[in-house]
Design a protein around this ligand. Structure first.
Ligand SMILES: Cc1ncc(COP(=O)(O)O)c(C=O)c1O
Length: 363
């Protein structure tokens, strides 16, 4: 393995000790609160890291795409949830093949969508587990809590499907600047879902799984009675947004981008070899500017073009051409999705190369 300062840049560094700490702490907290942990693997898309999460006690993994599920199933993960309203008989046929070998469930939020999968499973004499998605405030997919009973009855009665339960993702926490309001979103994510589950049971619908989660809300929502499963993703690496939201400390951030200063063309400006094709243009949430923090410096990445990252040099700081810097990105999942490989580092030494196995599996 090359030494850290021999790595070509830009390179995506992952501190293995920090990843192991994040994985262990989340697993322990979920055990303590009596909920199953099903980490969202869209953050790392890596078999090696997925296996680490499973070894720490995760019940299974969450993915967003059927293609991601295929990669993780082929890699030995035996319990997967596609937390997405999967629609189409083409996808249904791939799910049918997948369900041969693993315990599988997918999301649904409409009878029309679920029926496209039900038809494939019914024709094969098989049953697919689905979780009805509930919208607890994000305003993306999912039915409103008041519509849950009608939707659950309709979807659950489709031959070829079994309603395993309900799920949600309180992603509106990311655009909420007030810390107290974020705490309330976490609590209500759990409380609304527990109440929906009770309402369904009172209406005669069996609810085995009540699944919630995002990295910022999970400490609150998992503590609510009635929640059975949580699905945080970002916690495995964390990023500048999670620091900003108070989900973690800087020491709990595992992923940084190693970059080289390629130009210092004017006073107050330095340019690195990591632009939007390395860092993504995801903004810092819930507020604040720039495209990443320069580790150990006050200077910020002010603008990005495809291959250039322009640093606004803070008062009293200086950069020189050839110098290497590390950038804590705004959004770790978006960065990983742009790269084939992560460089695993332990105690400042390169230890392994981690493939981003499910990268590009968007179908
Ligand atoms: C459906 C769903 N579940 C879980 C997660 C994980 O949340 P986070 O990225 O905050 O860890 C996401 C994130 O986008 C999601 O969309």
């Amino acid at each position: 393995m090359p030494a850290l300062d021999e790595l070509e840049t830009p390179a995506i560094l992952v501190d293995i000790d920090v990843v192991e700490g994040n994985v262990a702490r989340m697993a322990e907290a979920c055990r303590r609160d009596g909920v199953r942990l099903r980490p969202h693997a869209k953050t790392h898309k890596s078999l090696a890291i997925g296996r680490l999460q499973m070894a720490a006690g995760a019940a299974g993994l969450t993915v967003a795409k059927v293609g991601e599920a295929e990669v993780f199933a082929a890699g030995g993960v035996e319990d997967l949830f596609v937390a997405y309203p999967v629609v189409g008989a083409d996808k249904g046929r791939r799910l049918l093949a997948l369900a041969e070998g693993i315990r599988l469930a997918v999301g649904a939020d409409s009878v029309e969508g679920a029926a496209t999968l039900a038809g494939v499973f019914r024709a094969a004499g098989r049953t697919l587990d689905v979780l009805l998605e509930i919208d607890v405030g994000l305003g993306r997919t999912g039915v409103a809590p008041a519509q849950a009973l009608d939707a659950a009855r309709a979807i659950g009665s489709l031959p070829g499907l079994r309603l395993r339960g309900i799920f949600t993702h309180a992603g509106h926490v990311y655009v909420t600047a007030d810390g107290g309001a974020r705490t309330a979103i976490g609590r209500s994510e759990g409380e609304v879902m527990a109440a929906v589950a009770e309402g369904l049971r009172a209406g005669g619908v069996e609810v085995e799984e009540v699944s919630v989660g995002s990295t910022p809300t999970v400490p609150r929502s998992r503590a609510v009675a009635g929640i059975t499963e949580v699905r945080p993703g970002c916690y495995v690496f964390h990023d500048a947004t999670q620091v900003n939201l108070g989900s973690c400390t800087l020491d709990e951030c595992a992923l940084t981008v190693l970059a080289t200063v390629v130009s210092v063309p004017a006073r107050g400006r330095a340019v690195i070899d990591a632009g939007s094709k390395t860092l993504s243009k995801d903004p810092l949430a819930p507020a604040g500017g720039g495209f990443g923090r320069i580790v150990g410096r006050a200077s910020r990445l002010e603008t990005l073009t495809e291959e250039h990252g322009v640093i606004r040099v803070a008062e009293g700081e200086a950069f020189r051409v050839g110098e290497r810097v590390r950038v804590l990105p705004n959004h770790c999942c978006a960065v990983v999705n742009l790269h084939d490989e992560l460089v695993g580092v332990r105690a400042g030494r390169v230890e392994e190369r981690l493939r981003v196995d499910a990268r590009g599996r968007v179908q």
